[in-house]
Design a protein around this ligand. Structure first.
Ligand code: GH3
Ligand code: MG
Ligand code: MG
Ligand code: MG
Length: 315
């Protein structure tokens, strides 16, 4: 199919082939009340191997997005009964950022301002029906390439390069947001600050690379133990934080102590053999103070854990 189209540039074909290899994992939701139009868009997308889901109006598209958050692209018609395409994108953009979901608007409506209205309110692109097939494919390709780029950028800005857990920047960003919310709603937030014991010895004895292996495995365990419900970040070096929204200091103490004792019991496998490591932890709950003061209190508790012999959790 692609080779038949001799109007494509070499660069475009390379991009397209690269995408085609990934497209079977890309879910596209097509919202259109006209069955003919929906089936037509589906057939174009299937030529390029996308997984296609259909919705026959705005409300059912919204329901599908709630249940299938891994949809990457929404292609929506404008005129639909119930919730129209414009109402749909307004609603969708309140919940899904541009790193999460891309949107292309479609319409055969003659209103010339429609395209700008869609794009200003959160669509990435807009196509007037009827459209040239090749243009449709180009626009889908561009939109999904930008989505990939945004996601990559987001990961690079917010994840720690070595361990893949959130980085310090994400941690502070999250907290500014959460602290505001929690103070408004009188909720609870507790932070645990962890520091691996005598980590310098691992580096000094076995080398920096083995130190890195330990950090990677330690992070994986933290993420496995807490990551599903709580936010695990690398604070710097061999120090990590876990943020517990909704839990008080006592509950966090019990969880952290369980983690501490599991770590102590189960050695970390590295290329230089198994290594037993331990961790010291300080815990502080949000009071009527700033994030910096909260971290200072957790750091002071961590200092107490180190001073009292390490491999301990202190509040
Ligand atoms: P303590 O029990 O008092 O915490 O002792 P420690 O040796 O863990 O503490 P210290 O802060 O003196 O040493 C931390 C070491 O962590 C020093 C630094 O070289 C090492 N480190 C920091 N970041 C990395 C990293 O990314 N990789 C490796 N391999 N080592 C790191
Ligand atoms: Mg319609
Ligand atoms: Mg340290
Ligand atoms: Mg340490």
């Amino acid at each position: 199919y692609i080779l038949k189209e001799n109007r494509f540039s070499y660069e475009y074909v390379v991009r397209l082939v690269h995408r085609l290899q990934r497209n079977k994992n890309v879910k596209v939701l097509v919202a259109d009340d006209s069955m003919v139009s929906r089936k037509f868009v589906r057939s174009l997308l299937e030529q390029h191997l996308y997984q296609v889901i259909e919705a026959d109006d705005g409300n059912s598209a919204w329901d599908i997005l709630q249940n299938q958050p891994d949809v990457q692209l929404l292609i929506t018609d404008y005129n639909m009964p119930g919730l129209d395409g414009f109402g749909l994108i307004l609603k969708v953009r309140e919940k899904f950022s541009r790193e999460e979901l891309a949107i292309i608007g479609l319409s055969s409506d003659s209103d010339e301002s429609l395209s700008a209205r869609f794009i200003k309110n959160g669509a990435n692109d807009f196509l007037q029906k009827p459209f040239v097939h090749e243009e449709f494919h180009c626009r889908v390709l561009n939109t999904l390439d930008s989505l990939d780029m945004l996601r990559k950028l987001w990961d690079q800005a917010n994840l720690d390069y070595l361990t893949g857990v959130y980085n310090r920047r994400y941690f502070f960003g999250l907290f500014e947001e959460q602290i505001k919310q929690i103070k408004q709603k009188q909720g609870t937030l507790t932070v645990a600050l962890l520091d691996i014991d005598f980590f310098k010895r691992v580096n000094d004895t076995h080398g920096h690379d083995v130190g890195d292996e330990v950090l990677v495995e330690f992070s994986a365990r933290l993420k496995h133990f807490f990551g599903q419900h709580f936010t695990v970040s690398r604070f710097g070096g061999e120090e990590f934080t876990v943020a517990f929204k909704g839990l008080n200091e006592e509950k966090v103490f019990a969880l952290m102590d369980k983690f501490r004792s599991q770590l102590e019991m189960k050695p970390i496998a590295t290329s230089k053999g198994d290594m037993f490591i331990t961790v010291s932890t300080g815990i502080a709950g949000l009071a009527d103070d700033s994030l910096d003061e909260l971290i200072q209190r957790a750091d002071k508790a961590l200092y107490d854990a180190k001073e009292s012999g390490r491999n301990l959790v202190c509040i």
